[in-house]
Design a protein around this ligand. Structure first.
Ligand code: DGL
Length: 270
């Protein structure tokens, strides 16, 4: 048994969709979450800045001696994981490979849509990963930059969210995709809106869920040791605590146990 924590981070609230799934299927695990609420959004940053942010987020979580660090952010996973993974002596997992693998298994017509932040889509990482699984896949990518601010502000099924989603998703509907990767961990919060627009026949891949399943797989296959008991999760953020807690509970669909603490992430920059 290994009771050390799993460190999870995102630019803000989105990674909590991943925490929720880990809590659901691996309830014994102890999670330390860092939401970089002071520097959100990540999706509009340059690759260079993203890599620096990712390094500081990992340096912060490393203090807790985690057995695994999860980059629960499509943007940081797509841009920075390959660069940073060999710089640290800790197992680091991103969301791109688990979601691409799930999409590859789900598609029947080989036409896969990917939606994410501008940075994730411009990185081409989802497309590249899907094509490395099967080069015959036809991948249609669409940046949806308005989704993160809508989610962060609680517009989860508002009229405006439907209007914007209709515009973003129209090219994927025309391309007749049968599977769409929600390539940003904020998007599961508006899954109903997306599902209503694209229709039931399209499978939506939730990256938080897929990464949680990947952790369970790694535990079952002995690559990561399971925790013997749950001693509590901890939440850290880099900006105001007050505005975080209510929204976080909405993402987690449960009360946050214990304190949410604000930290100075700049101290972890190199
Ligand atoms: N939740 C993040 C992602 O999965 C990014 C949102 C943002 O900070 O732009 O890409």
């Amino acid at each position: 048994m290994d009771n050390r924590c799993i460190g999870v981070f995102d630019s803000g609230l989105g990674g909590l969709t991943c925490v929720k799934e880990i809590m659901k299927i691996l309830p014994n695990e102890n999670i330390v979450y860092f939401g970089d609420t002071g520097r959100v959004p990540y999706g509009t940053r340059s690759a260079e800045t993203l890599i620096k942010y990712t390094v500081s987020d990992i340096r912060f979580l490393k203090q807790f001696n985690p057995k695994l660090i999860v980059i629960a952010c499509g943007t940081a996973s797509a841009t920075a994981l390959d660069v940073v993974k060999n710089k640290f002596d800790v197992n680091i997992m991103g969301v791109v490979v688990p979601s691409a693998s799930a999409a590859a298994a789900a598609t029947k017509n080989g036409r896969i849509g990917v939606i994410g932040t501008s940075r994730s889509i411009n990185s081409g990482k989802y497309e590249q990963t899907l094509k490395s699984i099967d080069k015959g896949f036809k991948v249609f990518s669409k940046a949806c930059p308005m989704f993160v601010p809508l989610v962060e502000n609680g517009y989860l099924d508002a009229k405006v969210t439907y209007m914007i989603a209709e515009e973003y998703l129209a090219p994927l509907i025309s391309a007749k995709v049968d599977t769409i990767i929600l390539g940003c961990t904020h998007y599961p919060l508006i899954k109903k809106v997306i599902g209503d627009i694209v229709g039931e026949s399209v499978t939506l891949i939730d990256s938080g869920k897929e990464v949680a399943r990947q952790i369970r797989f790694e535990i079952e296959s002995g690559k990561v040791e399971a925790a013997g008991e749950h001693s509590g999760n901890r939440f850290y953020i880099s900006d105001r605590v007050e505005s975080f807690t209510d929204m976080a509970e909405m993402f987690l669909e449960t009360k946050i146990e214990g304190e949410v603490e604000k930290i100075d992430i700049e101290k972890y920059m190199v």
